[in-house]
Ligand binder design. Structure first.
Ligand code: ZN
Length: 123
């Protein structure tokens, strides 16, 4: 895993290019993960604010506090985006399951890149 040669910061770009050259020279055929820290052309959202909509879950009651204000909405956790059904009073989760990314963003949890992570296919 290294910075990408397309990074706008010269040090990051240089490291990315150096790794690209090393990969080429060594004939490495495994996966190479890169990331960008500085990027000037990232498209800015058109909206003034980004938010997710919360959908009230009618008839649900919180098992912890007995509150009836329960809502369903996506949240970003360390494991990626999840759709939660959460008490709005005490914030206990009644349900949590994987969900597609809101706003069309892509996100890959860092933990999936660690040894044993589901996306790590490096040799
Ligand atoms: Zn509650």
């Amino acid at each position: 895993m290294t910075t990408d040669a397309a990074d706008a910061h010269p040090d990051h770009a240089a490291l990315g290019r150096a790794v690209d050259e090393a990969v080429e020279l060594l004939g490495y055929r495994g996966h190479l993960y890169t990331f960008i820290v500085h990027y000037r052309a990232f498209p800015r959202p058109q909206e003034k604010f980004l938010y997710v909509s919360r959908e009230n879950v009618a008839g649900a009651t919180c098992p912890r506090c007995g509150g009836g204000e329960v809502a369903r909405y996506p949240v970003l956790t360390v494991g990626g985006w999840r759709l939660v059904v959460r008490c709005q009073r005490c914030l206990v989760d009644l349900k949590m399951e994987p969900t597609p990314y809101p706003w069309g963003l892509s996100y890959q949890s860092f933990t999936t890149l660690l040894p044993g992570g589901s996306q790590n296919k490096s040799k």
